[in-house]
Design a protein around this ligand. Structure first.
Ligand code: MG
Length: 392
């Protein structure tokens, strides 16, 4: 350990191999640049590694064309030139990691496997606590036979076989030794080089999503495995709104009219619940607030029904390729009683946003006669919206 690395866990580097030309696969550009869900194949694993909290940095092994196409590297990532063979590419990456100490961990990954999950990374790093090397493997589900030309032979015992994936994980010092002592120049698997040193390699459960892009038809398989080709992230937004109660106005809350002596004052219909919810959705989209999209100074919104604002926010979510997972509202009013209208409000919001009733929660509370709401001077609403949005 160096003096500058006092943490309990060793530092973790990634070697991401993207040097191949992919010509065999029948693509008209290197396969690691093919677009999967709108994002280059290489970028999928690069982003997954960059987002993992245990990983300190990495080396992207790629030629200039690939580097240019991929754009900016994540922080603390550097690049290295590919070699003629895979083993040489790993060697160039190890040279680029010269300042890292032997106790560090390194994950060697093939960019043609875009579906790197944090779970697989965690399993590999856990295994390195007790092993010098670890690889992800999957069982072989099909019956295997020997075959010579076009004649099937005897069944092979598949219970002793496994499919090997990447990333493969090593103590950096061990991988350095394995490469320094390698006799042949074209090893396709780093774990085998390590085994030749007499060092055991642990096998951890692999992941179907680590399917390798080899042929053009693999794009459809990967697209399905990785969720219609688009990785989604969760975004949460909050909204808060208050309107003043005045005598002799209709009272609109949550898209329905409620019979009451007072109504809410505002430029539009002043539906405090739909305004808070609209802001919550815009917040999750990081898309400003209701006043940005519907300025009170604009006369066209005078007296406007607020379901239009909420519908607009819902459409912004759809335009982004996202969806609304859940909304939750708390309406803060001394009077009228909101409880009897809760189900009607939920149904109206479900209708406006075109989402199932089960994703909509409406609650109500008083403030024990304290503050402006308690004095019946106004009504407030808090809202939280949880969305799923495409990762890129
Ligand atoms: Mg408002």
């Amino acid at each position: 350990m160096t003096e500058s690395a006092p943490s309990l866990l060793p530092r973790v580097a990634v070697v991401l191999l993207a040097g191949g030309q992919g010509i065999r696969a029948g693509f008209d550009q290197p396969k690691q640049l093919e677009l999967l869900g709108g994002k280059p194949v290489l970028r999928w694993s690069l982003d997954s590694f960059a987002a993992h909290p245990a990983i300190s940095g990495g080396v992207l092994v790629a030629n200039n064309d690939v580097m240019t196409a991929i754009g900016l590297l994540p922080e603390r990532w550097i690049s290295a030139d590919p070699g003629a063979e895979r083993q040489q590419s790993v060697g160039n990456a190890l040279a680029a990691l010269a300042e890292w100490d032997d106790e560090a961990f390194v994950l060697v990954h093939d960019a043609a496997r875009p579906g790197v999950s944090p779970e697989v990374i965690d399993r590999l790093l856990d295994a390195l606590q007790t092993s010098d090397a670890a690889i992800p493997t999957l069982p072989v589900p099909d019956t295997l036979v020997e075959q010579a030309h076009d004649e099937a032979g005897d069944v092979v015992d598949r219970s002793v076989l496994a499919r090997v994936q990447t990333p493969q994980a090593f103590r950096l010092g061990i991988l350095r030794r394995a490469h320094a002592e390698a006799v042949e120049a074209a090893a396709t698997d780093d774990a085998q080089l390590v085994r030749r040193l007499g060092i055991a390699v642990a096998a951890v459960p692999g992941d179907a999503r680590l399917h390798k892009l080899t042929y053009a038809e693999d794009m459809a398989i990967l697209s399905a495995l990785l969720g219609a080709g688009v990785m989604m992230r969760t975004a949460v937004g909050m909204g808060y709104d208050v309107h003043r109660l005045v005598a002799g106005k209709p009272l609109w809350i949550g898209g329905i009219e409620i019979a009451h002596s007072h109504g809410l004052k505002g430029h539009s219909d002043a539906d405090v619940a739909l305004h808070a919810l609209t802001d919550a959705i815009l917040g999750a989209l990081a898309d400003g607030d209701i006043g940005d999209h519907f300025p009170p100074s604009d006369p066209q919104w005078r007296g406007a029904a607020s379901h239009r604002f909420l519908r607009f926010a819902g459409e912004r979510v759809m335009a982004r390729g996202g969806r609304i997972d859940h909304v939750d509202l708390t309406i803060i009013a001394e009077a009228p009683k909101i409880g009897p209208h809760r189900d009607a409000i939920r149904a109206r919001i479900a209708e406006i946003l075109a989402i199932p009733l089960g994703r909509i929660s409406v609650k109500a509370t008083t403030t024990e006669r304290l503050g402006f709401a308690g004095r019946r001077e106004g009504i407030a609403t808090q809202a939280v919206a949880t969305l799923k949005l495409p990762e890129n």
